[in-house]
Design a binder for this molecule. Structure first.
Ligand code: GAR
Length: 206
């Protein structure tokens, strides 16, 4: 797809940015229907910012510690995002709870990737809790963001096995590899108006 026809995506991040990298890599394909037009981090110095710079994508830091409360931070974040006129805002390891004002402003354009098969294991420490619960299947979810944390409608999911001897780290790595497949696939599906097919690597290690 030519540059002019691509959907514009802004990616808020907080850390390593491996999901951002997966989106950047996907956008490099000639037929990809989206482009990453900006990266915004709430934390300075994170690797995601280096990834954006390496790809020639404008990167902005809006440090949440410099704001008095969530409302003023979210307003600044919202205004920065709006400046890039995005079709979609794809949270990628963005670790701030968003206010209702923010989620309402971006309703219908705001998506997130969560490291669990929602509605199971909302919130943090999803891999530890999946191991503790003894589930055989775990994974990740791309979903619309609504006011309730990790509660928006599901766009797509990727499933992975929980294998004997798994640790929190080994399970996290398997899920993260699936996240890197799922997020570009779901964003592509949204941009093309097609359903996001479920992904799975069950019955095998990986
Ligand atoms: C990913 O596993 C993502 O699903 C998770 O943080 C990690 C970020 O990794 N997001 C959340 O937990 C959101 N509540 P990355 O920075 O390498 O993409």
């Amino acid at each position: 797809m030519s540059g002019a026809g691509r959907r514009r995506v802004v990616v808020p991040v907080s850390g390593g940015g491996s999901n951002l990298q997966a989106l950047i890599d996907a956008a490099g394909a000639p037929k990809c229907p989206f482009e990453i037009v900006a990266v915004i981090s709430n934390r300075p110095g994170v690797r995601a910012l280096q990834r954006a710079a390496a790809a020639g994508i404008p990167a902005t830091v809006i440090d949440h510690t410099g704001f008095a409360d969530r409302e003023t931070f979210d307003a600044a974040l919202s205004d920065a995002i709006a400046g890039f006129q995005p079709d979609y805002v794809a949270l990628a390891g963005f670790m701030r709870v968003l206010t209702a004002g923010f989620t309402e402003r971006w309703n219908g354009r705001l998506i997130n990737i969560h490291p669990a098969l929602l509605p199971s294991f909302t919130g943090l420490h999803t891999h530890r809790r999946a191991l503790e619960a003894g589930v055989a299947v775990h994974g990740c979810t791309v979903h619309w963001v609504s006011a309730g944390v990790d509660e928006g409608a599901i766009i797509g999911q990727g499933a992975v096995p929980v294998l004997p001897g798994d640790t929190e780290d080994s399970l996290a790595a398997r899920v993260l590899a699936m996240e890197h497949r799922l997020y570009p696939a779901c964003l592509t599906a949204l941009c093309t108006g097609t359903p996001a097919l479920p992904l799975a690597m069950l019955g095998q290690a990986g």
